[in-house]
Design a protein around this ligand. Structure first.
Ligand code: HEC
Ligand code: HEC
Ligand code: HEC
Ligand code: HEC
Length: 499
């Protein structure tokens, strides 16, 4: 597996300062690191600023499917079909734009994807892997048992601020050297014959982010460690490579046959959900291929305290710091030009993203119509339908690879457009095959504006799914079960009185 960073000459591998912090090796509290490094801690606390948007990015956490309401509820660039495409999967309850690292625990405890109405959160402790400073310690205490343990078991253990993503996940507490604390990344790199302990400083400036800003899945307990976070990189980093990995099962990977995150209830199709593949997108883009690291743009040197220069620890859109983030290398271009180039790429990506999203919706609807069709079917109906489902799964995976990635194409403009073109082709073919399976009898039902054929689902949540009336408000809801009436029993990391 070739995986080489080529130096571009603009990022000299200067030696990293090594400190003697006086902190315990197992210190995890951000505030304790803050006593030794007050300027870095102050910079880190700037992650609390969730008030600024850029054109396509930014930090105001709105609902990503809502293009109607103004901030902080919705935003002009929204994909209205997210709840349709993830129906039957907790992502359809709530999906918001990311904000700063300091909010990681507050947001996971609050999000409707975690079941706050039941003793069981419905998700394993694996979810803490990318949110909590305590994971390295919990892995020491519990070993591999940690991953599959009930998420709620560790709620009350957390201080929402002091234990959110922080210093100890990227730094050795005693020396502040950059380290990888994520077991899933360590193991994924090992499978590619890479040892991060021998990596250059420049590589580490991206590997520390690859601990979390990547695609992953939870391993099955049948053959591996139950619910362990696993990176599907063995075949490569592209959407086709990871699709191949997940679709050609093997016992080694922890699943037999094709892997599925959930079955879409409308089309009865085993689906895959992509999670923020920033690292995989960046790696063979113009900057990744040239050895420009995540930290080069997202952690620029900034002047603080009137004089000192430190690496910014506010991880946010580099468009807020173009001078420090970009003009260090692109000194011949002015800030406005650079911003315009980013937005140019994002505009083109966004346009194709919306089209890909709509054809994916059409594919589910076509399969729904074809599977309920009672007239005369093609002789090879079953075969055609099987292929249509496979292409629906694939088309949505390719769409989501770009949709879930947070740069709207900038990290790799060519790959983003290529991936969206393929998504559109796969999904359109799924529609065509479903029509063909019914001898085109369903074709008239799929003509016209997709928003009329399948309206976007604007409102949906765990609470709403407890209401019969809500489930009668959209034709796709008929495939969902009514949930028993219940009230939440958790408020963030605390039990609500009486529960
Ligand atoms: C060449 C500079 C550059 C490099 C290198 C880079 N990024 Fe970005 N990143 C950007 C820009 C520009 C955006 C778009 C910001 C916007 O739309 O406001 C972005 C967006 C993001 C976002 C979303 C930010 C938001 O405002 O919502 C995340 C998360 C992110 N990058 C993570 C990473 C990770 C992880 C890496 C390394 C694997 C990386 N980036 C490498 C420039 C870079
Ligand atoms: C997501 C990973 C990550 C987290 C979390 C993180 N850092 Fe860093 N830190 C880095 C990177 C990358 C560098 C740059 C190292 C280099 O280039 O040698 C850095 C550099 C530093 C340095 C060296 C001086 C400098 O400015 O380059 C100090 C000190 C430091 N960080 C303190 C902290 C403190 C304190 C916290 C917690 C409040 C923290 N870091 C959290 C990634 C991280
Ligand atoms: C331990 C996991 C973890 C690590 C390591 C990590 N991130 Fe994040 N990152 C997250 C999570 C989780 C969020 C979303 C937090 C939220 O919305 O509550 C996030 C959000 C972001 C955002 C969006 C912030 C905004 O203002 O919209 C950027 C940009 C980002 N990370 C960049 C980076 C970069 C660059 C690195 C490496 C230096 C890195 N992250 C390392 C987990 C991580
Ligand atoms: C460490 C150096 C470095 C930094 C920092 C950097 N770039 Fe670049 N940039 C490069 C290199 C190297 C290339 C590739 C040049 C080539 O292929 O000839 C490049 C290419 C580009 C391109 C053309 C390729 C494309 O994606 O369309 C754009 C636009 C660009 N950079 C914008 C930015 C912006 C915006 C930032 C800040 C968010 C930034 N760069 C930060 C080094 C850097």
């Amino acid at each position: 597996m070739a995986f080489v960073f080529v130096g571009c000459g603009t990022t000299p591998d200067t030696s990293t300062p090594v400190y003697d912090t006086g902190l315990d090796a197992d210190e995890v509290r951000n505030s304790e690191f803050g006593k030794v490094f007050p300027l870095h801690y102050a910079s880190y606390l700037n992650n609390n600023d969730d008030t600024q948007m850029t054109e396509y990015g930014g930090s105001v956490p709105h609902d990503k499917h809502d293009g109607i309401n103004p901030l902080p509820q919705g935003y002009k660039y929204a994909q209205p079909y997210l709840k349709n495409l993830w129906l039957g999967y907790p992502f359809s309850y709530e999906y918001k734009r990311a904000r700063g690292h300091t909010y990681a625990l507050e947001d996971i405890f609050h999000i409707d994807r975690i079941d706050n109405y039941s003793e069981s959160a419905g998700l394993p402790s694996s979810c803490y892997n990318c949110k909590s400073n305590k994971v390295p310690g919990l892995l020491e205490d519990y070993g591999d048992e940690f991953w599959s343990q009930e998420f709620n078991d560790f709620r009350e253990l957390h201080d929402i601020e002091d234990h959110a993503i922080g210093c100890n996940l990227c730094h050795d507490a005693e020396t502040m050297e950059l380290v990888i604390t994520s077991e899933p990344l360590d193991e994924a790199l090992q499978r590619l014959d890479i040892d991060w302990r021998e990596a250059s400083k420049n590589e580490m400036r991206s590997y520390v982010c690859a601990q979390c800003h990547v695609e992953y899945y939870f391993q099955s307990g049948d053959v591996g460690v139950a619910a362990k976070v696993t990176f599907p990189w063995d075949e490569g980093f592209g959407p086709e490579d990871m699709y191949k990995y997940k679709s050609e099962g093997s016992e080694e990977k922890g699943f037999e046959g094709a892997f599925a995150d959930w079955v879409h209830p409308v089309s009865d199709t085993p689906m895959l959900k992509v999670q923020h593949p920033e690292f995989e997108t960046w790696i063979d883009g113009p900057h990744g291929a040239a050895g420009v690291s995540c930290a080069d743009c997202h952690m620029p040197y900034i002047r603080v305290d009137g004089k000192k220069k430190i690496s910014s620890h506010q991880w946010t859109s580099p468009l807020k710091t173009i001078e420090q983030s970009c003009r260090t290398c692109h000194a011949d271009k002015d800030a406005q030009y650079l911003k315009d180039r980013v937005v140019y790429t994002q505009e083109k990506t966004w346009e194709q993203l919306l089209i890909a999203q709509e054809i994916s919706v059409k594919a589910h609807e076509a399969i729904r119509l074809a599977s309920e069709f009672e007239g005369e079917k093609r002789a090879n109906y079953d075969e055609l339908m099987e292929e249509a489902r496979e292409l629906t799964r694939k088309g949505q995976w390719f769409w989501d690879y770009v949709s879930a990635e947070n740069s709207v194409g900038f990290h790799n403009p060519q790959k983003a457009l290529d991936t969206l073109a393929k998504s559109q082709q796969f999904s359109q073919k799924a529609v065509d095959l479903a029509k063909k399976a019914t001898n085109y009898a369903i074709a008239p039902d799929l003509e016209g504006d997709i928003k009329e054929i399948v309206p976007p689902i604007m409102e949906h949540s765990r609470k709403l799914q407890q209401s019969k009336e809500h489930l009668e408000s959209h034709k796709w809801f008929q495939y969902l079960p009514l949930l028993p009436e219940a009230d939440p029993i958790w408020d963030l990391n605390e039990r609500i009185d009486g529960n």
